[in-house]
Design a binder for this molecule. Structure first.
Ligand code: FAD
Length: 357
């Protein structure tokens, strides 16, 4: 790819896309309004799997499963290039009731995902007698470290990171984008990729053509416990606990329509805290050490847009991965780079097209 590409937005999707294009020989720059990787991609949990994958459409499954097939090598290459360990750990996920066991079993069998019916108490240090679902192959990464590794890897490859550069307007000529105006001046390129997460429709402004990407806030709590207190991810009624290797436990999350407000609320704090102590009684007398919120790039049915803009031949989108952007990043980057490059796609890309009308 002997061309220049400008990526707008430096979250996991923008960085993964920049990396993929750079590996294919393109000269790439990222324009980021703040600091690289400090929005949703920092705030998220880093579970590499949908929470209840059997509840989603086949196009979500296809992208997720393709991405998971790429993940191990993607992380290994990042770690080899940078020396940073993003803590990719196969910790498994335990799903406590309520769930549709028959549906889960059918989905897992169809997609080659290991599933066991277990007693919750066999894995969780609690007096629970209830039946649970155990997905031993589910992995996680530690978001801030993944973003640090991506940053270092991009810099090492000569990708230009332009931070504190907010894209404000597009300069177009016929059906092409010629340049973008930012708070740090004007930048031109051969091609442009919008990867601005929850802000993608806002960045496009009058060129958004009804792009249905909206911010959906998620609040998280962080606890500190003795390492080993919890061995696996646990999910119950939409609330999850994610144990990190060093004894931190993340608890998430809410799904809130609150515009671009990243504030936290006492209500969500209490709700998450109550649910967390119910799942893991060891948390009952502990206070969370941090509470934050991030804005997910919400999209209908969690289906992202990975496509060329219908009105501009050198403008592309990679946005709307919603609850699973960390999971979907390697595949989303590959699909977009294949589209730009004219390569055959590994999965049917049509579900991720720019929505008509
Ligand atoms: C609480 C929470 C928990 C989550 N848990 C998980 C999980 O367990 N697993 C999983 O796979 N996913 C999870 N997610 C979702 C995942 O974090 C997102 O899907 C993913 O981070 C989206 O990446 P992104 O690069 O599209 O967006 P972002 O990381 O938000 O990046 C977009 C970037 O664009 C920049 N930008 C915006 N406007 C402009 C502009 N005008 N000019 C220049 N730059 C601009 C922003 O500053 C930002 O850095 C979670 C999200 C949240 C909030």
């Amino acid at each position: 790819l002997a061309a220049d590409y400008l990526i707008i937005g430096g979250g996991v999707i923008g960085c993964a896309t920049a990396l993929e294009l750079s590996r294919r020989g393109a000269r790439v720059s990222i324009l980021e309004r703040g600091e690289l990787g400090r929005e949703s991609s920092w705030a998220g949990g880093g579970i590499l799997f949908p929470l209840l994958p059997w509840d989603y459409k086949p196009s979500v499954t296809a992208l997720v499963m393709h991405s998971l097939g790429l993940y191990g090598d993607w992380i290994a290459a990042l770690q080899a290039d940078t020396g940073i360990n993003p803590q990719y750990v196969v910790s498994g996920m335990l799903v406590l009731p309520e769930f549709d066991g028959a549906r889960a079993a059918k989905w897992c069998a169809a997609h080659g995902v290991e599933l066991q019916r277990v007693k919750a108490a066999s894995l969780l240090d609690s007096p629970r007698g209830e039946e649970a679902l155990w997905l031993p192959g589910v992995a996680q990464v530690r978001n801030p470290r993944l973003m640090q590794a991506l940053r270092l890897c991009l810099v090492g490859r000569g990708v230009k990171l332009v931070e504190y550069a907010e894209v404000q307007a597009f300069e177009t000529r016929k059906d092409m984008v010629a340049a973008v105006t930012t708070s740090r001046g004007k930048f031109s390129a051969d091609g442009f990729v919008i990867a601005a997460g929850a802000w993608s429709s806002q960045v496009l402004g009058g060129m958004a053509r009804g792009l249905p990407i909206v911010p959906i806030r998620g609040q998280m709590l962080l606890y500190r416990v003795d390492p080993g207190t919890l061995g696996q991810i646990v999910l119950k009624n939409g609330i999850y606990l994610i144990p990190r290797m060093d004894g931190h436990i993340l608890v998430g999350s809410t799904l809130e329509e609150s515009g671009f407000d990243k504030g936290t609320t006492a209500g969500a704090h209490d709700q998450l805290r109550g649910a967390a102590s119910e799942i893991l009684p060891a948390l009952k007398n502990l206070k969370p050490i941090m509470h934050w919120a991030g804005l997910r790039p919400g999209s209908p049915d969690n289906i992202p847009v990975i496509d060329r803009h219908p009105g501009f031949s050198n403008l592309y989108l990679n946005a709307g991965q919603f609850r699973y952007g960390v999971t979907m990043a390697p595949a989303s980057a590959q699909l977009l780079a294949n589209l730009i490059d004219g390569r055959t796609q590994p999965i049917d890309p049509s579900p991720y097209g720019f929505p008509a009308g």
